[in-house]
Design a protein around this ligand. Structure first.
Ligand SMILES: C[S@@+](CC[C@H](N)C(=O)[O-])C[C@H]1O[C@@H](n2cnc3c(N)ncnc32)[C@H](O)[C@@H]1O
Length: 313
């Protein structure tokens, strides 16, 4: 059976050529015609069309690529990717097996959540953050803990940002740990980045020293009510990575306790609570933390210094 893309343009012959530009527009229209939800690395049909066509054609993301030819076999590959995306509502990175996040490529696996946390660009813009937020000016980031690491994306980005730092990542899910190991190798960081298959709630028993300068934590935080309203794309991701109990806050008492035990005196926790921010603010109203401006999208990321935990725990 001919793919619908090929049907759309007619059989390829010497008079009729598909260029990247025409195929992009066709894919965009096809995605746009469906009730798809974006949020796994792109936020609109055009950007997904670009990601699909560039992934198949292996062309660089620049204007000159628009005039390149797309072969018949590439057309078929593009069509089958679009078909999966549209009929199964699979997030695109699960179809492609990888994603772009903060300018780096990460492998993805269907059992592990797809990278997208705004903590990624706070790490990228660390200098700006330290100037504008209450972070100790003498903070030297030598040791980093990534709690609930998933694919390992945040710990790996942090290791790239702080080039001499040692990073430990922890996840309860063996599939996440296996994927993190692959991503650590892919980014050539095995000497500085390690991953453990543990429950973060046990962390104070196996990580004893209070010398972690930066703790990153994007835990499962979706409330029961929000879980019931998730768009189809998110149902392909593991529930364990999303569901945070009744109010989404199941893990936060532990996260504060771990941080108070393990952070260095001028250390900082960057945590994400997303759409459960209102419940979080109500529950932890006495904790002195700040909510940085998320100028590149996302919601509910807080910064917390070690000394702010003294009064809480
Ligand atoms: C929202 S995902 C975040 C993944 C990754 N940090 C990111 O930003 O893409 C949450 C992760 O927490 C893990 N997780 C859930 N409960 C956990 C626990 N008690 N201890 C350790 N990891 C846990 C899940 O397996 C999942 O990979």
């Amino acid at each position: 059976m001919l793919s619908s893309l090929i049907l759309r343009f007619g059989r390829r012959d010497s008079r009729l050529r598909h260029t990247v530009e025409t195929v992009l527009e066709s894919v965009r229209q096809r995605l746009q015609a469906q009730p798809l939800c974006y949020g796994h690395g792109t936020d609109n049909a055009w950007d997904e069309a670009v990601a699909i066509v560039l992934a198949v054609s292996h062309l660089p993301d620049r204007k000159e690529s628009l005039r390149e030819q797309v072969s018949d076999s590439q057309m078929k590959d593009i069509d089958s990717i679009v078909e999966k995306r549209v009929t199964e509502r699979l997030p695109l990175p699960y179809v492609l097996g990888s994603c772009q996040f903060m300018g780096s490529t990460f492998l993805v696996d269907r059992g592990v959540i797809i990278p997208r946390s705004p903590i990624g660009y706070l790490l990228r813009d660390w200098e700006w953050i330290t100037q504008h937020e209450h972070i100790a000016s003498d903070l030297k980031v030598a040791k980093i803990l990534d709690l609930c690491c998933g694919s390992g994306c945040l710990g790996i980005l942090a290791a790239k940002k702080f080039k001499a730092a040692r990073v430990k990542m922890i996840d309860i899910d063996p599939r996440a740990v296996a994927l993190s190991k692959k991503n650590i190798e892919k980014h050539d960081l095995s000497s500085r980045v390690k991953v453990l298959n543990r429950d973060i709630r046990d962390a104070p028993s196996f990580l004893s020293a209070a010398d972690w300068d930066l703790i990153l934590c994007n835990p499962p935080y979706v409330s029961v009510r929000d879980m019931e309203q998730l768009p189809a794309e998110y149902l392909h991701e593991p529930e364990m990575a999303l569901a945070g109990g009744l109010d989404g806050l199941d893990l936060f008492d532990s996260i504060f306790e771990i941080s108070s035990h393990l952070m260095s005196p001028s250390g900082v926790l960057i945590g994400e609570v997303g759409g459960s921010q209102a419940a979080f603010c109500e529950k932890y109203k006495t904790v002195d933390l700040s909510w940085p401006d998320l100028y590149d999208g996302g919601e509910g990321v807080f910064l917390l210094e070690r000394n702010a935990l003294d009064s809480h725990t």
